[in-house]
Write a protein that binds this ligand. Structure first.
Ligand code: NAD
Ligand code: IPM
Ligand code: MN
Length: 355
């Protein structure tokens, strides 16, 4: 197979964790005899510094010409002045819109060794295996923004079509899992949520084999902590999904281990760990690369159709989480490269064991 992957390292720890993911991808693809070309492009703060724009046209072209996009993170204190008119995060939102990746998959499993690091009791984490499907190209993130005197306005809008397509994607995923879909909204207060609930109910009624439950977002925030193993697929709008997935990631022991895949209608996807640029640890070589490496596994599965290779990367990561020295966020002393090397070594060892 031949493929082209666009790599957007971005800011802070972004370059450190994308280098790790690329090292793992190179290992697994070269072994399978696949010819994969990587091209690097600027996004976020670094792109503002070099071109004046958070999403230069050359980056958009590079991504549109690729089979998949791997992104680190954008943002940092240097570009966080509330008065600034150009911001790194605009680059990321612009890219999601340009690529049309409206469904953001954020899986959550809790590795047994990390359960002790979770703020929840380990016994409450047994059997946690869920996937968030976060709507990614609508809602308050993309509505009109304005200032009128001392008043600020963020418009939140959703069309039925935008809800329908992401809910259908969530149904497909649920059907391949345990068939249980939880839709999260704030239908007791928001008009967009009432549209969301009515559309979800209609779409799911047209699908075979899916059980649907609705939850209000405030209650869902609580339920994630009290009975996380009760959920399978959770679909929700952009802002609620952003907040709930960081909460969920903390259950897994660290924000550093959670991956994501952002998908549209075609095979091309955008893959990024859910964490940010972590300015507090950037440049120290201690960032946890696991979220980025697991995002690369999702890239193999969803954009390159290499499910066996994706499984192999996930198995190697599981093994490293179980046995190896881990990064500081997980209570260890290993560097980013030591963990990455351990994953690459496990990939080779597991392959040998299977042969
Ligand atoms: P953050 O996710 O960058 O960091 C939160 C905390 O988690 C920090 O203490 C950080 O050190 C830790 N952390 C995050 N990833 C880690 C990793 N891989 N290994 C070890 N520790 C890790 O969130 P923040 O500090 O609120 O945001 C910093 C900047 O990142 C902001 O500019 C924000 O807009 C941006 N951001 C970008 C993305 C993205 O590009 N997808 C996502 C979230 C935040
Ligand atoms: C994420 C991030 C982004 C978001 C920011 C950086 C725009 O928090 O990917 O979760 O809010 O979507
Ligand atoms: Mn977020």
């Amino acid at each position: 197979m031949r493929a082209h992957i666009a790599v957007l390292p971005g800011d802070g720890i972004g370059p450190e964790v994308t280098a790790a993911a690329v090292a793992v991808l190179r290992e697994v693809l070269a072994h399978g005899g696949h010819v994969v070309e990587f091209s690097e492009h600027a996004i976020g703060g670094i792109a503002i510094d070099t071109t004046g724009e958070p999403l230069p046209q050359a980056t958009i072209d590079g991504c549109l010409g690729a089979d998949a996009v791997l992104l680190g993170a954008v943002g940092g204190p240097k570009w966080s002045d509330p008065q600034a008119t150009v911001r790194p995060e605009q680059g990321l939102l612009g890219l999601r819109a340009k690529l049309g990746v409206y469904a953001n998959l954020r899986p959550l499993r809790v590795h047994p060794r990390l359960a002790a690091l979770s703020p929840l009791k380990a016994e409450n984490l047994v059997g946690v295996d869920l996937v968030f499907v976060r709507e990614l190209t609508g809602g308050a993130y993309f509505g009109r923004k304005s200032r009128e005197g001392d008043v600020a306005i963020d418009e939140c809008r959703y069309s039925e079509g935008e809800v329908e397509r992401v809910v259908k994607r969530a149904c497909e995923l649920a059907r391949a899992r345990r068939g249980k879909l939880t839709s999260v909204d704030k239908a007791n207060v928001l008009e967009t949520s009432r549209l969301w609930r009515a559309t979800t109910t209609r779409v799911v009624a047209e699908q075979e084999g899916i059980t649907l439950e609705h939850q209000l977002v405030d209650s869902m925030a609580m339920l994630l902590l009290t009975r996380p193993s009760a959920y399978d697929v959770i679909v929700t709008e952009n802002l609620f999904g952003d907040i709930l997935t960081d909460e969920a990631a903390a259950l897994a022991g660290s924000l550093g281990v959670s991956p994501s895949a952002s998908l549209g209608d075609g095979p091309r996807g955008l893959y990024e760990p859910i964490h940010g640029s972590a300015p507090d640890i950037a440049g120290q070589g201690v960032a946890n690369p696991i979220g980025a490496i697991l995002s690369a596994a999702m890239l193999l599965r969803h954009s390159l159709n290499l499910a066996d290779e994706a499984d192999a990367v996930e198995a190697a990561v599981d093994d490293v989480l179980a046995h190896a020295e881990l990064t500081r966020d997980l209570g260890g002393r290993a560097s980013t490269t030591e963990v990455t090397d351990a994953v690459v070594a496990r990939l080779a060892a597991l392959r040998k064991a299977a042969a």
